[in-house]
Design a protein around this ligand. Structure first.
Ligand code: ADP
Length: 483
């Protein structure tokens, strides 16, 4: 039993050993694998170490190169510093040189401007010289022609001289033989001497004539220049005249345009005034009928009276406008007839007084004279002056009328104590549509009354005078000649 148990235990232990051996074998295999791996890794490390040593050697080499390069760079830097300071010096020199160049440039420009001027002057002088040269060429041609003439004459004289010499020789030859004839020849010689003297005199004369011709030529040149100058002046004058002519033409056209516009305006006023007149007459008739039939105690009666007043104003305005167009077209005709001048004064005063109860119109002096004129128009003038005197003296109570019969004329003066008129306005009062600007807005009116009044007085060959003091009042007076 014990053996069996022991063998069993041995077999178990054997098995265990077998297992353990197997494990050891597996472990040994694993170890050898790990060993192989380590060998491989060691080899790799060895390779890497060798590479690192090579890389190190390379780095050492590179470091040395860098040091060398750094040294070279330091040397190059020093060189550059030196070059920079050289360049700065050079730059300063260049700036100085530049300033100098700019100065030289200015000088050159000045010189160029002077040269241009000098060139223009030279061109002008050249032109003058060319003109002069052309003139000289002409004069020269003339002189050459004269010289040729002289040369011809001289040639003729030389021929004549040669002939004379030949004749003299002949004569000398013949002298011995012709003693008798000598006297005659002497006589003939004397004659020839005289002739020579005459020729010399003629020559002198010709010279003198030449000089005269030269003088004449110079005078002609001067005269020519003068003529040129006069031509230029005429040209200038003609240009000026053309411009002046154009200006006159433009002014004329302007005036014609203004006149046409004025005529159109007058035509328009005339047409409008006529168009207004008929309906206004209707309104006036209706209003008058209403005034007659209305109950005077009724509140509306005041409106009818006010409408009446407005109608009258409108009527007056239309009449004024029609008068203006008549004056402009020269159609304002006077209905001349004899009338008592005092009637005209009374009518006008009572007409205005009726409508202006706040003012007292005082007739200081009247004129009892049978006057030949247009009574309606004279009353129109008076009414206008009185209306103005009242209108432009709102704070006054009185208007004074003085009429005087003087040698050869009647004078009427209307004096008020109102606003008065400034000096600078007085001369313009009789212009169409003129109104004193300071007061124009405050008072009704269109600036036609005095214009029409002055035309009526002028038509009667009379005159107007105005004296006035601002703040104190005005005096409007007109004089009418008796014949
Ligand atoms: P209107 O009175 O309709 O303006 P007038 O031709 O009658 O036109 O008068 C022209 C201008 O002259 C008036 O606007 C006014 O400025 C001035 N004038 C006329 N009469 C008087 C006066 N008596 N006092 C002051 N100013 C006057």
């Amino acid at each position: 039993m014990e053996i069996r148990e022991l063998s069993e235990q041995l077999s178990l232990a054997n098995k265990e050993l077998f297992v353990q051996n197997k494990e050891k074998e597996t472990l040994a295999a694993a170890l050898s694998l790990a060993n192989i791996e380590l060998d491989f890794q060691n080899k790799e490390k060895g390779k890497r170490a060798a590479e690192l040593i090579i890389a190190n050697i390379e780095l050492d080499f590179q470091n040395e190169e860098k040091l060398k390069r750094a040294r070279e760079l330091m040397i190059a830097n020093k060189e550059l510093d030196f070059q920079n300071s050289e360049k700065e010096k050079r730059a300063e020199e260049l700036i100085l040189a530049n300033i100098e160049l700019a100065y030289q440039h200015d000088e050159k420009e000045k010189r160029a401007a002077e040269l241009i001027k000098a060139y223009a002057q030279l061109s002008f002088q050249n032109e003058e010289r060319e003109k002069r040269a052309a003139e000289l060429i002409l004069a020269n041609t003339e002189l050459i022609f004269q010289n040729q003439e002289k040369e011809k004459r001289a040639a003729e004289l030389i021929i004549a001289n040669t002939e004379l010499i030949f004749q003299n020789l002949e004569k000398e030859k013949r002298a011995d033989e012709l003693i008798v004839a000598n006297k005659e020849l002497q006589f003939q010689n004397k004659e020839k001497g005289k002739r020579a003297a005459e020729l010399i005199i003629a020559n002198i004369e010709l010279n003198f004539q030449d000089e005269e011709k030269e003088k004449r030529a110079a005078e002609l040149l001067i005269a020519l220049k003068e003529l040129d100058f006069q031509d230029e002046e005429r040209g200038k004058r003609a240009a000026e005249l053309i411009i002046a002519n154009r200006e006159v033409l433009v002014q004329k056209q302007e005036k014609e345009r203004a006149a046409a516009a004025e005529a159109k305006k007058d035509e328009f006023f005339n047409m409008v005034s006529h168009e207004f007149k008929t309906p206004l007459t209707n309104i006036k008739a209706i209003n008058q009928l209403m005034e007659k039939t209305a109950d005077k105690t009724d509140r509306n009666y005041a409106f009818i009276l006010s409408a009446n007043h407005s109608i009258k104003r409108l009527e007056r305005l239309i009449e004024d406008l029609l008068d203006v167009t008549k004056i402009k077209s020269g159609q304002i005709d006077l209905n001349l007839a004899e009338f008592d001048f005092s009637d005209a004064l009374d009518n006008s005063i009572s007409n205005v007084q009726l409508q202006s109860p706040h003012h007292e119109i005082l007739l200081v002096n009247t004129v009892n004279w049978t006057y030949l004129g247009d009574q309606f128009r004279i009353e129109q003038v008076l009414i206008n002056l009185l209306n103005n005197a009242i209108k432009y003296s709102p704070d006054a109570q009185q208007v004074i009328v003085r009429a005087k019969l003087e040698a050869g004329s009647i004078t009427v003066e209307v004096q008020d104590f109102g606003l008065g008129i400034a000096k600078e306005d007085i001369d313009q009062l009789f212009q169409r549509f003129y109104r004193v600007s300071k007061t124009a807005m405050k008072y009704q009116g269109v600036g036609l009354g005095l214009y029409i009044a002055s035309e009526i007085i002028t038509k009667h060959r009379g005159t107007f005078t105005v004296t006035s003091e601002p703040g104190k009042g005005s005096r409007f007076a007109f004089s009418l000649p008796l014949q």
